[in-house]
Design a protein around this ligand. Structure first.
Ligand SMILES: Cc1cc2nc3c(=O)[nH]c(=O)nc-3n(C[C@H](O)[C@H](O)[C@H](O)COP(=O)(O)OP(=O)(O)OC[C@H]3O[C@@H](n4cnc5c(N)ncnc54)[C@H](O)[C@@H]3O)c2cc1C
Ligand SMILES: *[C@@H]1O[C@H](CO)[C@@H](O)[C@H](O)[C@H]1NC(C)=O
Length: 449
C-alpha cells in the first residue's frame, strides 16, 4: 500500500477526554516524528463536575507514559485522607429490608466458627467488611481538575475545537490516507486516526461498519451523581465516614462516597435499578423527591446523603458489547478508551483502562515510521488490549449486581458477597503491564518479519 511513503503519517486524535488527552501527551513525548492534531467536538476541553478514582496500578502506568501525568493526578488528590492499611471501600449494609424479620434488627455473621470466623453482630449501617486497596498513590480526584492539569501538558496549536467528526473515508489520491469529514463541512487528511470519542463513538461505528455490537446497551442500572462540600458532609455524617471511601449496599441499589479535590468535596454516586431505559438522553435532570423515592427503605445516613445532594442528575449506565476488533486498516483507524470498550463503573476502572491502552499504544507507535508499521502496531495493541478491557466490561457489570444483592449464587448472603468481593479486583490491580508490553512488542516484531 503506502509502505514506500517517505514521510511519517500524520495523526488525528478524535476526542479530548481522558483517553484523547493522555494519548496526545504520550505521542508528543514518545513519537516526536509523528505530527498530531486533536479534534474535539466541544468548544473547549472539559469534564463534568464529578469524581473519578484511580488505583495504584493505574497511577504507575500514568508514570510510565509520562511522569507529569502522575504528578497531575497527585496534585488533585494530595489532601485526601490516606488510610493505613489502604482501603478501597468500607462496605456497610444500609438497606432496612435486610433486617426485616431478624430479631432486634440484628444479623449474626460468622456462625460457622469452624471456618475460623468470629461471630459478629451487624446492625443497619454497620461495617460488614473492608475491601483493601493496594499500596501506592491512588484515590479520587475531581474530573474537571484532573482534566485541567492534563490540558496544561498539551501545547497550543495541537487541538481544534468544534470539530465533530461525522465520517472517515479513504483518500482518493491513492495515498491510502484517511479523510476526516466534520459536521461543519470541513475535511482533513491524515495517515492514521485514533478514535477517543467515548461511549457514543462515531469512529467505533466506522471501524465496526455499524455491526450490531457498535451500540452500547443498557446495563439495568442508573446512577445519581453529585458533590457535597466536605464540611457539610462532616456536619451531617460525622468525621469518620465522609473522609474515607464508603460503599452502602442493599437491594437493587448501592451508594458510593469518596473524597476528592484534596479532601474538600465528598463525591456521591448512588445507584439504582430499572429493567429498561427508554429516554434517548442518557443524562437527565431529576428531582430530590424522585431520588428519595428510590431510597425509601435505606438508612438515615444514606437518606441524609441523598437529601444533601446539590442538583442531582441521573446517568443511565450503558456498556459496549464486545467488539470483534479495535481497528481497521483501510484507512488506518484505531479505537482507544471508552470508544473501544465502554464499561459500567462498578469496578472503578474504565478510565484506568484508557490509561493502559495509551501506554501500550504509544510505545508501539514510537517504533512506527510507515503505514505498514502502523498496521502491525494496531494488530499487537488489539491482541493485548482487547481481552483485558473486555473482561473489565463483563466483570464490572457482574459487580454491579453483586453490590446490589443480585450476584449469581450470592444474592443477599453477606458472607458469600464478601468472599467474592475480596478476590474480584486482583486481576485488575495485580497486573504487570510491562509483561503485556513485551508481548505486544513481540507480536509487532513477528508481524514485521
Ligand atoms: C458514573 C461513572 C463513574 C465512573 N467512575 C470511574 C472511576 O471511578 N474510575 C475509572 O477508572 N473510571 C470510571 N468511570 C469510567 C470513565 O469515566 C471513562 O472510562 C472515561 O472517562 C472515558 O474517557 P474517554 O476519553 O474514553 O471518553 P470521554 O470522556 O467520553 O471523552 C470523549 C470525548 O470525545 C468527544 N467527542 C465525542 N464524539 C465526538 C466526535 N464525533 N467528534 C469529535 N469529538 C467527539 C467528546 O466531546 C469528549 O470530549 C466512570 C463512569 C461513570 C459513568
Ligand atoms: C490540591 O493541593 C495541591 C497541592 O497542595 C494544589 O496544587 C491544588 O491546587 C489543590 N487542589 C484543590 C482542588 O484544592
Amino acid at each position: 500500500m503506502t509502505s514506500s511513503t517517505p514521510r511519517s503519517p500524520t495523526i488525528a486524535i478524535i476526542g479530548g477526554g481522558i483517553a484523547g488527552l493522555t494519548l496526545t501527551i504520550a505521542l508528543l513525548k514518545k513519537c516526536p516524528h509523528l505530527p498530531i492534531t486533536l479534534y474535539e467536538s466541544a468548544s473547549a476541553f472539559g469534564e463534568i463536575g464529578a469524581g473519578v478514582g484511580f488505583q495504584p496500578v493505574q497511577v504507575r502506568t500514568m508514570s510510565l507514559i509520562d511522569p507529569r501525568i502522575a504528578t497531575a493526578f497527585e496534585k488533585c488528590n494530595k489532601g485526601n485522607t490516606v488510610t493505613e492499611p489502604p482501603r478501597w471501600f468500607t462496605v456497610r449494609v444500609a438497606d432496612q429490608r435486610k433486617f426485616a424479620g431478624s430479631a432486634n434488627g440484628e444479623i449474626v455473621l460468622g456462625k460457622d466458627e469452624a471456618g475460623g470466623k468470629e461471630k459478629r453482630i451487624i446492625r443497619l449501617g454497620d461495617e460488614v467488611f473492608v475491601m483493601p486497596a493496594r499500596r501506592g498513590l491512588g484515590g479520587g480526584v475531581h474530573r474537571a481538575h484532573f482534566l485541567d492539569e492534563l490540558v496544561k501538558l498539551v501545547p497550543e496549536g495541537i487541538a481544534q475545537f468544534r470539530k465533530k467528526l461525522v465520517d472517515v473515508t479513504e483518500a482518493e489520491d491513492e495515498s491510502g490516507e484517511a479523510v476526516l469529514h466534520f459536521a461543519d463541512g470541513s475535511t482533513a487528511q491524515h495517515g492514521a486516526v485514533f478514535g477517543c470519542d467515548g461511549i457514543k463513538s462515531r469512529t467505533r461505528a466506522i471501524v465496526l461498519s455499524d455491526d450490531p455490537c457498535t451500540n452500547a446497551v443498557f446495563s439495568g442500572k442508573y446512577a445519581y451523581r453529585g458533590l457535597i462540600p466536605m464540611s457539610e458532609a462532616v456536619a451531617i455524617l460525622g468525621e469518620d465516614e465522609p473522609r474515607t471511601n464508603q460503599m452502602y449496599i442493599g437491594y437493587h441499589g448501592h451508594v458510593l462516597t469518596f473524597p476528592i479535590a484534596n479532601g474538600t468535596l465528598m463525591n456521591v454516586v448512588a445507584f439504582s435499578s430499572t429493567p429498561a431505559w427508554t429516554d434517548p438522553n442518557w443524562v437527565v435532570q431529576t428531582s430530590r423527591e424522585d431520588m428519595l423515592q428510590d431510597f425509601t427503605h435505606w438508612s438515615p445516613t444514606v437518606r441524609a446523603i441523598m437529601t444533601s445532594l446539590q442538583k442531582p442528575d441521573i446517568w443511565a449506565l450503558f456498556n459496549h458489547p464486545p467488539a470483534p476488533t479495535y481497528y481497521t486498516t483501510n484507512p488506518l483507524i484505531c479505537l482507544v478508551g471508552d470508544a473501544a470498550h465502554a464499561s459500567t463503573p462498578h469496578q472503578g476502572s474504565g478510565a484506568g483502562m484508557c490509561i493502559e491502552d495509551v501506554y501500550i499504544l504509544s510505545e508501539l507507535l514510537s517504533q512506527c515510521h510507515s503505514s505498514r508499521d502502523f498496521e502491525s502496531a494496531f494488530r499487537a495493541y488489539d491482541a493485548v488490549r482487547r481481552p483485558r478491557s473486555q473482561r473489565l466490561v463483563k466483570t464490572s457489570r457482574e459487580a454491579g449486581q453483586l453490590w446490589e444483592f443480585e450476584g449469581e449464587g450470592v444474592g443477599d448472603d453477606l458472607e458469600a458477597l464478601e468472599r467474592n468481593a475480596m478476590k474480584r479486583m486482583d486481576w485488575v490491580w495485580d497486573y504487570d503491564i510491562l509483561e503485556d508490553m513485551d508481548r505486544a512488542r513481540g507480536i509487532m516484531r513477528e508481524e514485521r518479519e
